[in-house]
Design a protein around this ligand. Sequence first.
Ligand code: SAH
Ligand code: SF4
Length: 333
Amino acid sequence: MDLKLLEKILNSEPRYRLKQARKAVFSDLIDSWQDATNLPLALREKLDGKVPLFIDGEIYASKDGKTVKAVIKLKDGLKIEAVLMRHARGRNSVCLSSQVGCPLGCGFCATGAAGFKRNLTVDEITGQYLFLARYLKNSIKEENKITNVVYMGMGEPFLNYENVMSSVRILNDKGLIGLGARHISISTAGIVDGIKKLANENLQINLAVSLHAPDDKLRSSLMPINKKYSIKRVLSAVDRYIEKTGRRVMFEYLMIKGINDSPALAKKLASLMKRPLYLINLIPYNPTDKFKPSTPEAIKIFKSILEKEGAAVTQRHSFGQDINAACGQLAGK
Ligand code: SAH
Ligand code: SF4
């Protein structure tokens, strides 16, 4: 739905109409204006014609029901994916895409392998949220709130900076979705300009940086963007971000068998990461035809070295592999 157009149309109506309409869309999660029964019929019809709420998507749920993937068809026929993960204790997180495909072409990532088509609009980004929030509300009644949003789907958020930030503001706005900034996270492959800009936004959202290797040679071979933004440049932008915001930064580190999981690399990583407010997140690699995941044993050793060296580290669990909904598996196919 085009939020700007909605505001324009309702400009000629009494002011409370906009508030009612926003509540209907973002809290009541209606998918047709006909359901906004507090609006006059003529207005509902007008809105259905001009700012339709229908989102063309399909749902795929994993066998255990904990992961739900939405494949959404955009107006130009391109497809994107978003994922809902139902954790314990009523925590529901949603993973949003920021682009159709990704131009950065990391060798280990299905999105990167699929190439790049275009940036998503603000409405296409918030539309993913709405689609999954509606699903959650209508299908899983007992726990119907999305509690966290991560920008870790298809694409590089900082290459679509303005639209991503506008969507963050819609998520965060109390009159719209009203999700706390601390419950929103953006992951970047290390776009230094984006990290610098985010530091000046005065927003308490979380920043994650995909590191995956502690030296430039290895990192460049996995992530071509490292040739432009070296580890040193990325970390110095992170340091300025921390100085400015006082916020913790998470470094994502995929565990890929025989590539970046040796004890020597763990030591190297620890020496880079042993800093206040740096947190390493070890992520099990979801297999592709090129790479395999590290063994649980290798991950255990890697983690224990980091801990022994004094770096802060956590481990992530994987969701939704059986429906190709896990990180790095979203290809919009
Ligand atoms: N472009 C941004 C955000 C989207 S990618 C970024 O790269 O940070 C989201 C996360 O999925 C990244 O940390 C990425 O490295 C990870 N990822 C990519 N391929 C993966 C795979 N096969 N298994 C597990 N995680 C993967
Ligand atoms: Fe793009 Fe992130 Fe995938 Fe790299 S890992 S290709 S930056 S989506």
